[in-house]
Unconditional design. Structure first.
Length: 257
């Protein structure tokens, strides 16, 4: 860990290796390209910038925590089930089964469930990045540098006081993508550009690591070249008894059919 003397950004070494769950049909290094003129960034991922951004995690457990987060039982749905169960004086699990049966009968997956074939079209990939600097988005030096450089733009994004870790790890894409776009364009004190950013998973540490995730900007692919400093293995099939997969399911409270 060091602090760039030119930008004030905290820099760390990259992940070796890193892990990514992706559809086999797309592959691990073919993310959706983001346009330059998009005003609506609600469907962008946290640190997307115009161009292509690949996300990975420091361990398979964190990779699955991120990949399965869409299917978790939300607090709002759980609260609704508990209130309905209390109203009918019935066990929560009874009400949950009835709701799930209705969802499945209508061709939908209920919250807290994933289809059994979710694993079939996806692989767990191991990525290897060449050496290079990554910006630690959770470090106090980075947060201070962002506040100093983007103060007026952050104010326009309704941050009245100062940027904090809460906004960096939030779902407010108009803020997180703004930060990413500024960081991506910075020339560091050694003359290089950042490879990408490191940030904490919003689901916390997995118990096997610190819960770090990485967003890598595919600068070379964005200009039509094919030699970005990252490689991927052929991928590993996701078995139903995969320990990392089941760890993430248990953490999210997810069942499968």
């Amino acid at each position: 860990m060091r602090t760039c003397t030119k930008t004030g950004l905290a820099l760390v070494d990259g992940p070796v290796p890193a892990y990514r769950v992706a559809k086999e049909s797309y592959g691990p290094l073919n993310p959706q390209e983001r346009g330059l003129l998009s005003d609506d960034r609600s469907d962008w991922y946290r640190f997307d910038t115009p161009g292509r951004t690949v996300y990975a995690a420091e361990d398979p457990q964190t990779a699955f925590l991120e990949a399965l987060s869409w299917a978790r039982m939300t607090a709002a749905h759980k609260d609704h089930l508990e209130k309905t169960a209390a109203f009918f004086d019935a066990p929560v699990e009874t009400i949950r089964r009835e709701v799930e049966e209705q969802w499945h009968a209508n061709g939908h997956m209920a919250p807290g469930w994933i289809p059994a074939n979710w694993r079939e079209g996806r692989l767990l990939y191991c990525l290897q990045f060449e050496p290079g600097p990554w910006v630690d988005m959770a470090h106090a030096d980075t947060i201070a540098a962002l506040n100093g450089a983007l103060g007026s733009l952050l104010y326009e994004a309704d941050i009245d006081e100062t940027l904090t870790l809460a906004e960096i790890t939030s779902g407010r894409r108009e803020i997180t993508t703004l930060l990413a776009s500024w960081v991506r364009e910075q020339v560091l004190d050694d003359g290089s550009y950042p490879m990408g950013v490191r940030f904490p998973s919003k689901h916390g540490a997995s118990g096997h690591g610190h819960g770090w995730c990485f967003a890598f900007w595919m600068r070379r692919a964005d200009v039509g070249l094919e030699d970005d400093p990252v490689t991927a293995d052929p991928g590993q099939a996701i078995a139903n008894d995969n320990p990392a997969y089941n760890f993430a399911r248990d953490r999210h409270g997810i069942m499968s059919r």
